[in-house]
Design a protein around this ligand. Structure first.
Ligand SMILES: [Fe+2]
Ligand SMILES: [Fe+2]
Length: 512
């Protein structure tokens, strides 16, 4: 008895069979696909189902070898509609299958890394950062006057000791610290010199809320900020009246004409014993049956798609697939289960088989060859989808923001993303937890404000607006690890974030 794909697909899932490319067509034209699946199931055959394994009739032929058997996924009914208040079919003028692929990459380090890691390269990287962010501070921040080089400012400090004549400087922050009295001290450095700065936490009527917020959070080492203020009587301290960041007040989003959508995932961690495979198949089933899924043209995978090998001590005991290439092959098979109309963009994270120093180039051609419908890019990557600007960054530096700023925690990683946008920099701190590659052009500067800014790494989940930019902290597909259990950290796995590129409405769909 012939059957439709809607009838065939749940049976494949229930049998633990993964349909690779070409299988759908072959089963749809098969005289008895459900009988065939039942036959394979009765023989205990699971895993990848290739077209060669499907005989053209129900004859008892050998269905072929079994590749990578999987645990039988639990089929559960999820009531999607309850979680989709914003989702209207009318919001999507066309199906993804009818839309053109329109991806433009604006920044990717792949093939463009020129550093030799020498001292001169580090100096050049910092000079480039300072220059780029200085321009942004001048254009976006309300400076009371033009900034002056720190050495000249210091020579002329007598002019800037009265309250009425403020001086302005822009530089890199060194050694930020809180004093015993709760004030914020740091030194500010440019290519001409360095000066000590103090931002006072005033109380009572003198209190300035923005200052209190900055003081509460602190500053990151190697932040680039502007200061305006005056010198102390003896000239060895600069009293900061105002701090200036390179962020604009408000960003105007671009809207796509095609009206298809983009979905976000990261940190799949295939190869780990804690990879949530059954939930993946639940999502695959959703992609093949849910009308909203027909609008998903792009899937952005923001790093750590595999668990990697030798990433942390004792990782070997937690791996279900111990071979690195095997992990990538398995992930390729899992992606292959998604409908053909979904185009993936995949970037590396700190678990991937590329250099750890950021910006990271993309994965090697040897790995890429297993994948269809996938564009490989570096980390971070700044690109446009149908004219909507997306900045995707794996998010390793969130570890530094948690350590450096008192307002950022792993429970609220979106605050780190707000702080990155405020600084227009993805990973300011040199020598912290994020290894950085000193490129002549600092690739971690946020040159253009994105319409959508996405990170992963911390295995949380969020989708919020911040001054006109949609911030997506994309969800993981890994259950709590023993390390996270030790830290008491609860991940938020198996959430697919979908953003309509035409309206910027967003939906998060749970598969856990
Ligand atoms: Fe991860
Ligand atoms: Fe990560």
């Amino acid at each position: 008895m012939a059957a439709t794909w809607g009838e065939i697909f749940p049976q494949l899932m229930a049998a633990g069979l993964l349909a690779s490319r070409g299988v759908k067509e072959k089963l749809e034209s098969h005289p008895d696909p459900l009988g065939l699946i039942a036959e394979l199931r009765s023989k205990g055959i699971k895993g990848k189902l290739t077209p060669e394994m499907i005989p053209s009739s129900t004859s008892k032929s050998n269905p072929g070898r079994v590749i990578a058997p999987i645990a039988e996924p639990a089929i559960e009914n999820i009531s999607m509609r309850n979680n989709m208040p914003d989702w209207n079919r009318e919001d999507f003028p066309m199906d993804a299958v009818d839309a053109m692929i329109d991806i433009k990459v604006h920044y990717d380090i792949t093939g463009n890394s020129t550093t030799e890691g020498k001292m001169g390269d580090i100096t050049n990287a910092f000079n480039d950062r300072l220059e780029k962010l200085r321009k942004l501070i001048i254009s976006n921040s309300d400076l009371p006057r033009r900034p002056i080089d720190i050495a000249r400012l210091y020579q002329e400090r007598a002019r800037f000791q009265g309250r009425e004549n403020k001086a302005v400087a822009i530089g890199l922050v060194n050694d930020p610290r809180h004093t015993k009295n709760g004030h914020l001290m740091f030194s500010l450095e440019d290519s001409s010199g360095e000066m000590n700065c103090l931002l006072m936490d005033r109380k009572g009527d003198d209190r300035i809320i923005e200052h209190s917020q900055i003081i509460e959070a602190g500053l990151m080492p190697d932040d680039v900020v502007g200061v305006s203020g005056t010198f102390s009587q003896n000239g060895d301290m600069f009293y900061v009246d105002d701090l200036h960041f390179p962020m604009q007040d408000k960003h105007d989003k671009a809207y796509a004409e095609q009206g298809v959508s983009v979905a976000f995932l990261s940190d799949i961690h295939v190869g780990s014993k804690t990879f949530l495979e059954a939930q993946w198949h639940k999502m695959v089933g959703w992609f093949h049956s849910e009308p909203l899924a027909r609008t998903i043209k792009y899937l952005v995978l923001s790093g750590d798609c595999v668990d990697g090998v030798g990433i942390y001590p004792g990782q070997d005991n937690e791996l279900a697939i111990k071979d690195l290439y095997g992990q990538y092959t398995r992930f390729a098979e899992l992606l292959e289960l998604l409908p053909d109309w979904v185009e993936c963009l995949m970037l590396p994270g700190n678990h991937d088989a590329v250099r750890p120093a950021e910006p990271q180039p993309t994965l090697e051609p040897d790995i890429q060859q297993d994948y269809n419908n996938t564009k490989f890019v570096g980390n971070p990557c700044d690109f446009s989808l149908d004219g909507v600007r997306v900045l995707s960054y794996h998010g390793k530096s969130i570890d530094d923001f948690v350590a450096g700023l008192r307002t950022v925690t792993y429970r609220d990683p979106v605050e780190a993303m707000r702080q990155m946008l405020r600084r227009r920099h993805l990973a300011p701190q040199w020598g912290g937890k994020t290894p950085l590659s000193p490129e002549p052009e600092d690739g971690l500067v946020i040159r253009d404000v994105p319409d959508i800014f996405v990170t992963g790494h911390v295995h949380g989940h969020a989708c919020v607006d911040f001054r006109g930019t949609t911030l997506v902290c994309s969800s993981t597909w890994q259950d709590q690890t023993s390390y996270q259990r030790m830290l008491g950290f609860q991940p938020k796995p198996c959430m697919l974030t979908v953003v309509n590129l035409g309206t910027h409405k967003s939906i998060s769909i749970p598969f856990a």
